[in-house]
Design a protein around this ligand. Sequence first.
Ligand code: TRP
Ligand code: SF4
Length: 399
Amino acid sequence: MYPQRVLSGMRPTGALHLGHYHGVLKNWVRLQSEYECLFFVADWHALTTHYDSPQSIGENVWEMVIDWLAAGIDPSQATLFVQSRVPEHAELHLLLSMCTPLGWLERVPSYKDQQERLSEKDLSTYGFLGYPLLQSADILIYRAGFVPVGEDQVPHVELTREVARRFNHLYGREPGFEEKAQEAAKKLGAKRARLILELRTRYQEQGDASALEQAQALLQESQNLTLDDRERLFGYLEGARRLILVEPQALLTEASRMPGLDGQKMSKSYNNTISLRENADSVVKKIRTMPTDPARVRRNDPGDPENCPVWSLHQTYSSTEQKQWVQEGCKSAGIGCLECKQPVIDAILAEQKVFIARARPYHEDPDLVKGLVADGCEKARELARQTMRDVREAMGLNF
Ligand code: TRP
Ligand code: SF4
């Protein structure tokens, strides 16, 4: 019905690291050439947990966008913007809050988890409870079809689907809807119209999901429909409502297998990261002092890559032959650990050279970043305004 848009956001938490690159950003780079993509900085989401120390958010926003650009996000393909510069997100959040049951938010797993994990902070705030609903507004306001996220965020996308469904159910009534939908069907030609209506009946009377899919596919490929008629027909297939908001799907991002320097997950809070644009000396030093298999006390002691975080880095960075060399050399004590680390050091430095080169023009001229984000905000706002017009109208606010 709507173009398959991809939307994702990241909180501005400071310099991004290689875990972000191999987990999230590489995926965004791939998606940007396949779909219309919108990527944004979730600065309001950062405020939900850092409302008492908002000073750092501003700096982090620009640094993070530069990291995205360094990683290969291309502003001529993807739209990059900042959440708080598209205030329509806040309006949709407010309107959705009217019809979202409190229990839905209290039951989101991250709510209690985070409150416990960040127990030094007072997170019994209205804003924090609303975190996932703000995220729903972020997604629904662009009618995004796909939302690439990690596993921890899947419940938020699920909530978004429920919120959209409830909204459509409550506000998707339109006077004369059925007639309008049937008129719209006629525009497809008598034969197609009959087929689509038959499929609809099969779905609604027998719950035949494949009939629904077939009908949706037929609509998807019909060119001679206005956007309004299309939307009506999609709503008509599923019930007797307009679908004002689109239910998104999560695109599960596989967890990064990139470990931190100590073998745990790479994360700023474990202090085990290599940032995207770290200086070369520091990278070399960090990897050279990385722990290895504790069994290799002396150079002659054989080891096992399975017990060594350096091996995980080889899995990201090394060729099959190199990995073979590590396996044999480690188990036979044929190579030393520093020797084993060298190809990883070389690969990371080579990767970072590209990042640093891409970031340089933006680093030297911050106005360049601000300019492209301002353009992105304007584009995003135009899309957001369209949805808000429909939402206000559906809720009876266009009096
Ligand atoms: N909550 C997400 C995170 O912490 C960030 C986010 C905010 C987001 N709004 C979003 C992600 C909308 C996807 C879509 O990672
Ligand atoms: Fe780890 Fe390589 Fe040393 Fe084996 S040789 S313990 S894989 S660093």
